[in-house]
Design a protein. Structure first.
Length: 198
C-alpha cells in the first residue's frame, strides 16, 4: 500500500511583530540622520556667515586703503575712511554695517550707512572683544573698526567713545548659532590681517 504524500505548505511573509520591529528601526535611523543633517546644515551656515563677515570687513579695508570716494567724501579734506560697525546688544546683534566715516571721527552714525547686512536664521553676533598687548581681554558692547589710506591697519573705536583705542593686538568677533550652540570667530589683527577661526 502506498502512503499518500503529505507535505505541509509553509506560509511565506512577515509576522506583524517582525514588521513593527523593522519599521521602528527605520524610524530611529531616519530620526538620527535628520538630526545630524540639521546640525551639519547649521554648521555650514555658521561657517559661511563667518566668511561673509570677514569679506565685509575686507571690503571696508579695501575701500579705505584704496581711497574709494563718494559724493559725501568730496567735501572731506582727508583721505576717505571706511569701517564696520558691530553691536552685540539684543536689538542689533543681527546687523553688520559697512559705513563711510565722512566726518573722520572713527564712529558710525546713521547718516554714514553704506550697506547693512542682516544675519539670518538662529545666528547672532554673540561676543565682541579685543585683546591688548598685555593679553588683557576687554568686552565692549559696540565697536567700530575703520581703515584709512594708505595703510591696511585696523583702527578701533569702542562704545561710541573717543579717542581711538591704540593698545590692542587683535579684535575677536564671535558669532554663534543659538540652535546648535556652535561658534565661529572672525579675528582682525592690528596690522589688518583678517581670518576665521573655529
Amino acid at each position: 500500500m502506498i502512503k499518500p504524500f503529505n507535505k505541509k505548505i509553509k506560509k511565506a511573509g512577515f509576522t506583524l511583530i517582525e514588521l513593527l520591529v523593522v519599521i521602528t528601526i527605520f524610524t530611529i535611523i531616519t530620526g538620527i540622520v535628520l538630526f545630524n543633517q540639521n546640525q551639519f546644515n547649521g554648521s555650514i551656515l555658521l561657517t559661511n556667515l563667518a566668511y561673509d563677515l570677514s569679506l565685509d570687513i575686507r571690503q571696508a579695508q579695501t575701500f579705505g586703503g584704496g581711497g574709494k570716494t563718494s559724493v559725501s567724501f568730496v567735501i572731506a579734506t582727508s583721505a576717505p575712511v571706511y569701517g564696520i560697525h558691530l553691536d552685540q546688544g539684543i536689538a542689533n546683534n543681527k546687523n553688520i554695517i559697512l559705513f563711510g566715516d565722512y566726518n573722520n571721527d572713527g564712529l558710525y552714525t546713521n547718516s554714514e550707512l553704506i550697506e547693512q547686512s542682516k544675519i539670518t536664521r538662529s545666528n547672532v553676533i554673540s561676543l565682541v572683544q579685543y585683546i591688548n598687548s598685555s593679553g588683557v581681554t576687554t568686552t565692549p558692547s559696540v565697536i567700530d573698526v575703520t581703515f584709512k589710506r594708505p595703510e591696511a591697519a585696523a583702527h578701533l573705536f569702542v562704545n561710541s567713545a573717543t579717542p581711538e583705542i591704540t593698545d590692542f593686538d587683535k579684535i575677536i568677533i564671535t558669532i554663534s548659532n543659538t540652535y546648535t550652540n556652535q561658534t565661529r570667530k572672525v579675528v582682525i589683527s592690528k596690522l589688518g590681517l583678517i581670518y576665521v577661526e573655529k
